[in-house]
Design a protein around this ligand. Structure first.
Ligand SMILES: [Zn+2]
Length: 379
């Protein structure tokens, strides 16, 4: 099974779908002709239904016992989605539900040594603190914040601590880069990854949030320029240094994650070459990003966030149209294609990063597209 639906441009597909699906009311073409407001209302309704399914499958049916607590594939991802729904509905039941889930994640994670937001305990305490703040529970908020600091280290968010982390990242990146052409390089599991989840792209994304010295800024810019210069002739990005396999168009590996980071580089540095490279990478996502998967890590939902990010950066309505096209495709087709085995529902089918949890999150983000952010990556 090929890993995406069609290599040609979406409009060709939309035309085909009209032929094969006649004029049924849920056809993609009909959805695309709706006003943005009407479409986003439909997506919002779909998102609430998906959220109910996700909550039932990951929380209700498990007897509210948490096996996997992470944002990535576990119960915290459900809490993240429910909180997102609360931000739209202001329904206190949603807020109370997130609070219960986070408490269960807190208990389930107490022996875990993982510290990151997406796969570790930082996610529990960060999300817990935000939810407690919205509930007006200051003592719970303080408790989560204290645990956040305690677990990650003292003075986690002080500039002194951040500086030490930046020093270490730059030092280790320069060491591995040696006298190579790329100023910074890192290795994980024996590979020099480029992508957003495991490699250079994700690391540059974090560094751009830090206060950097001028030479460090040049290292970050130089690393991004190295990647742009050495991208595939197709415009897609390698999954790791030296890889010749131009196959993956995912957030985790390939052009989508790189686009988000280049959008950030264009915003932070204001350089025109980063803006152009972001637009180029976005074209790859449009042409090859309609994957046979639903999630945000390596699926259509994640790739749709790329267009929302480019829309935010440029204000160009074309990107909003592209986001509408991918989101409409998901809302009309995903469920049926998954049930027919023509689309992969995700290894963890209800999760935020691999499953329909991410799709619901995207649909809620379509309500206010200029405010949309790829979960846990665009902050
Ligand atoms: Zn992935």
């Amino acid at each position: 099974m090929a890993d995406r639906f069609f290599p040609n441009e979406m409009p060709n597909f939309v035309a085909e779908s009209t032929v094969s699906r006649g004029t049924s009311t849920d056809s993609l073409t009909n959805l695309l002709s709706l006003s943005y407001k009407t479409l986003s209302d439909q997506l919002k309704t779909a998102a609430f239904a998906l959220k109910e399914t996700v909550v039932r499958e990951t929380w209700g049916l498990s007897g509210k016992r948490v096996q996997d607590y992470t944002v990535y594939t576990g119960a915290l991802g459900t809490a993240y989605l429910v909180f997102k729904a609360y931000q739209v509905t202001k329904n206190l039941n949603d807020l109370n539900l997130c609070s219960d889930i986070v408490k269960a994640c807190d208990s389930a994670s107490k022996d875990s040594g993982r510290v990151t937001f997406i796969c570790g305990r930082a996610g529990v305490y960060a999300l817990g603190a935000v939810i407690a703040k919205h509930s007006g529970d200051t003592s719970l908020q303080d408790r989560y914040l204290a645990k956040f600091k305690e677990h990650i280290g003292k003075d986690t968010i002080s500039t002194v601590h951040m500086r030490a982390v930046v020093d270490e990242i730059i030092k280790s990146g320069s060491r591995l880069a040696g006298k190579g052409r790329c100023p910074l390089m890192y290795e994980w599991h024996g590979k020099k990854y480029w992508g957003a989840a495991h490699g250079l792209t994700g690391i540059m994304n974090v560094l751009m949030d830090m206060e950097l010295k001028p030479d460090e800024v040049e290292n970050v810019k130089g690393t991004l320029r190295y990647m742009i210069k050495n991208r595939f002739p197709s415009g897609n990005y390698r999954s790791s240094e030296g890889s010749e396999s131009d196959r993956l168009v995912h957030w985790c590996h390939g052009a989508p994650g790189v686009t988000l980071t280049l959008v950030k580089a264009a915003e932070v540095f204001g350089d025109k070459d980063f803006l152009q490279a972001a637009l180029d990478a976005g074209e790859v996502v449009w042409k090859r990003g309609l994957l046979k998967r639903v999630g945000i890590c390596h699926g259509i939902s994640g790739n749709t966030y790329v267009f929302l990010s480019l829309y935010r950066l440029t204000g160009n309505a074309e990107y909003l149209y592209r986001a509408k096209a991918f989101a409409s495709f998901l809302s009309v087709r995903a469920e049926k294609l998954i049930s027919e085995g023509k689309m992969h529902g995700g290894d963890r089918p209800y999760s935020l990063f691999e499953g329909i949890g991410g799709m619901a999150c995207l649909f809620l983000d379509m309500v206010e597209p200029s405010q949309a952010r790829f979960p846990a990556y665009e902050i």
